[in-house]
Design a protein around this ligand. Structure first.
Ligand code: HEM
Length: 210
C-alpha cells in the first residue's frame, strides 16, 4: 500500500482510538453520559468500570505500538506492550462477565462473547510469541489483536447507521455486536496475507525485534 495512504489511515485510526478511549473512561467513575441499555446490564456494577478501564487503556496505546519511532525505543515498546496486553486481558475477562447479561439478548451475547474469547486468544498468543522472541509471528498476532480492540471504534461508527436505515436501536445494537469486529478481523487477515513474508508497513524497517 502507498505509504501516504497507510500513514493517513493510521492517523485517522489513531485519532479515533484515542478519542473513543478517553471518552470511555467515564464508565470507570460512572460519571457523565452513560448509556441506559448498558447500565441496565445486571453485571454493570462494577464490571463495566473494570471493562472500560482495561479496554480503554489497550485502545489508547495500541495504535502507537505500530509506529517505527516507538518500536525503535525497545524499552518503551516493551512497557507499552505490557500495558496493552494487561488492558486487553482485564477488559476481555470483564467483557466475558458482561456479555451473557447484555440487555440486547442472546444473539448479541454470543457476538460479544465470541469477540471476547478471540480478543483474549489473539493477545495471549501475541504475548507468548514475544516472550519466545518469535517477533515476526508476534507482530502478526498483535495486528489481529488490535483489529479486534478497534471494534470499540467501529461499533460506535456503525451504531447510528441502523436507525438511519429504519431499524430500532436494539436491532442495530445486535447487528453491531457482530459487524463491529468480523470485518475488522477479515481486513487484518487480508492485510497479513498480502504482506506474507514481507515486513508490514508502519513497522521498523531496520530491526526485526519487536
Ligand atoms: C474487543 C473486545 C470487547 C468486547 C468483547 C466488549 C464487550 C462489551 C460488552 C459485553 C459490553 C456491555 C454491553 C451491554 O451490556 O449491552 C461492553 C460495553 C462497553 N465497552 Fe466493550 N468490549 C470490547 C472492547 C472494548 C474496548 C476496546 C473499549 C474501549 C473503549 C470498550 C469500551 C466499552 C464501553 C465504554 C462500554 C459501555 C457501553 C458504551 O458506551 O458503548 N470495549 N463491551
Amino acid at each position: 500500500m502507498n505509504t501516504w495512504i497507510s500513514r493517513s489511515l493510521w492517523s485517522l485510526g489513531a485519532v479515533l482510538s484515542v478519542a473513543v478511549a478517553l471518552f470511555s473512561y467515564r464508565y470507570v467513575v460512572f460519571a457523565g453520559l452513560l448509556a441506559d441499555n448498558v447500565m441496565a446490564n445486571l453485571m454493570a456494577r462494577p464490571w463495566i468500570a473494570v471493562h472500560a478501564g482495561g479496554a480503554s487503556t489497550a485502545l489508547l496505546v495500541g495504535a502507537f505500538q505500530l509506529l517505527p519511532a516507538i518500536r525503535r525505543r525497545r524499552a518503551m515498546h516493551r512497557w507499552l506492550g505490557r500495558l496493552y496486553a494487561a488492558g486487553c486481558v482485564v477488559g476481555g475477562v470483564a467483557a466475558l462477565v458482561l456479555a451473557p447479561t447484555t440487555t440486547a439478548g442472546p444473539l448479541a451475547s454470543v457476538g460479544f462473547a465470541l469477540l471476547g474469547v478471540i480478543w483474549l486468544g489473539t493477545t495471549v498468543q501475541a504475548w507468548r510469541l514475544a516472550r519466545a522472541r518469535r517477533f515476526d509471528e508476534h507482530r502478526r498476532w498483535m495486528i489481529r489483536s488490535f483489529a479486534l480492540t478497534f471494534a470499540a471504534v467501529t461499533l460506535r461508527l456503525y451504531l447510528p447507521i441502523g436507525p438511519v436505515l429504519g431499524m430500532d436501536f436494539m436491532q442495530s445494537y445486535v447487528l453491531v455486536s457482530w459487524l463491529s469486529w468480523g470485518p475488522n478481523l477479515l481486513a487484518a487477515e487480508l492485510y497479513l496475507r498480502r504482506h506474507r513474508g514481507i515486513r508490514p508497513l508502519l513497522t521498523n524497517p531496520v530491526s526485526s525485534a519487536g
